[in-house]
Design a protein around this ligand. Structure first.
Ligand code: S3P
Length: 414
């Protein structure tokens, strides 16, 4: 698709519903007692993959307008599941199924997902006694569900998906889990389980789940901060103004806003209410890029999905920006260190990585534009579109893959 530069990107919009929250609500609904009513779910390829999987597990799923109603049924027998491009679906279901005695399940995904290393998920589940087989730790994963043991796990690296897989395993096996994270990651699973009657608490970076069951209820999904990041960046990089309404806001997800503010953005937040997962806010951004930035490794989990976009933003500052300790990016939908560097080069910018997996961007204050390949990675494609909108000459990128998380992206941004 050809993208022409815009003078100033000015818009008011509502971000699409949160992908992480929607997937969790569906998966919890598949094992909760009674009906789980998910209001305002994201309808995109990744969330449809999650829905497809829980249907295959026997859940009764109904849809009325923007509401999905899930009635769980006992999960028994043999299953072959396809999580598509959704690693969240695959990891959380691996935990959930590992803890159900008598279940035999195979979980696979698309080509990109089947190339991703699942050892960080498999390892703590095996320590609980789970039976998970996989060739080279890549999907398909072959799971034989069984009664697990308590988990007391110090996570070697921060991952909300791994943490959530352990929590779902403890839930279905009826055991205790005590998980300590090196850095706090998104707390969506904890908040959801608590709202559904689960006995779960957090003390600092330690999460404690006591054996308990979930009860179906109404769950409302907020707007997705990670999707909102793209129109916000488009406004900031072009000297425009954007207000995104109805965002599900949490500190563990909003690191990119703090970086934009260090770069010179003016950010205004207005709390408008709360939902199952926390605060709902309207967030506005305007201002002018006037500083480069450094992201320390301990900030990475709070902006993990926005690193390609922040790398584009860094090109519009004059001087060197550094994103430290980004090794987790190598195991995303693509090797996002490699694909981010390639994208910046194709846009006419200069970026490289060092031996410690830091990304270093030499900002020139602008980007020329050019022809960018997304490598089938939605976040690379959306970051490239923003870079092209703010560039001197515009250019081209492929946008089909964006439908996994933000199907209305081109309609809303172009
Ligand atoms: C997600 C957590 C993050 C993020 C992914 C969604 C989640 O992954 O990159 O897009 O829904 O829990 P990790 O927790 O593996 O870093």
């Amino acid at each position: 698709m050809h993208i022409s530069p815009v003078d100033k990107f000015d818009k008011n919009l509502s971000a699409p519903p949160d992908k992480s929250e929607t997937v969790r609500a569906y998966i919890a609904g598949a094992v909760a007692e009674g009906a789980t009513v998910v209001e305002n779910p994201l309808i995109a390829e990744d969330t449809e993959s999650a829905l497809h999987c829980i249907r295959a597990l026997g859940a009764d799923v109904g849809r009325v307008n923007d509401t999905v109603v899930i009635r769980s049924r006992p999960i028994r027998g043999e299953f072959s599941l396809n999580a598509g491009n959704s690693a969240t679906t695959l990891r959380l279901l691996t935990g959930l199924l590992s803890g159900i005695e008598g279940v035999k399940a195979t979980i696979a995904g698309d080509k990109s997902l089947c190339q991703r290393d699942m050892s960080a998920t498999i390892e703590p589940l095996r320590l609980m006694g789970a039976s998970i087989e996989a060739d080279n730790n890549r999907p398909p994963l072959y799971i034989t569900g069984r009664k697990l043991q308590n988990s007391d796990y110090k996570m070697p690296s921060a991952s909300a998906q791994v943490k959530s897989a352990i929590l779902f395993a403890a839930l279905t096996s009826g055991v205790k889990a005590r998980i300590t994270e090196p850095i706090a990651t998104r707390r969506h699973t904890e908040r959801l389980m608590k709202a559904m009657g689960g006995e779960i608490s957090c003390i600092g970076n330690t999460i404690i789940f006591e054996p308990s069951v979930l009860t179906g209820r109404k769950i409302t999904i907020g707007g997705d901060l990670s999707s909102a990041a793209y129109p916000m960046a488009a406004a900031f990089l072009t000297g425009g103004r954007v207000t995104v309404k109805g965002l599900g806001y949490s500190e563990e997800r909003s690191g990119f806003l703090r970086v934009f503010s260090r770069m010179g953005a003016e950010i205004t937040r207005k709390t408008t209410g709360t939902d199952t997962f926390g605060e709902i806010e309207d967030v506005s951004i305007c201002g002018k890029v006037d500083r480069s930035f450094i992201v320390e490794a301990d900030e990475v989990p709070s902006l993990i999905d926005e690193i390609p976009l922040l790398s584009v933003a860094a090109c519009f500052a004059k001087g060197r920006s550094i994103i430290k300790g980004a090794s987790a990016l190598k195991n995303k939908e693509t090797n996002r260190i490699a694909t981010t560097l390639q994208m910046i080069k194709s846009l006419g910018g200069c970026a490289y990585a060092d031996s410690e997996d830091s990304i270093i961007i030499e900002g020139a204050g602008s980007l020329m534009g050019g022809k960018v390949c997304s490598f089938g990675d939605h976040r690379i494609a959306m970051s490239a579109v923003v870079g092209l909108l703010a560039s001197e000459r515009g250019g081209e990128t492929d946008t089909d893959c964006i439908s996994v998380s933000y199907p209305k992206f081109t309609e809303e941004l172009l």
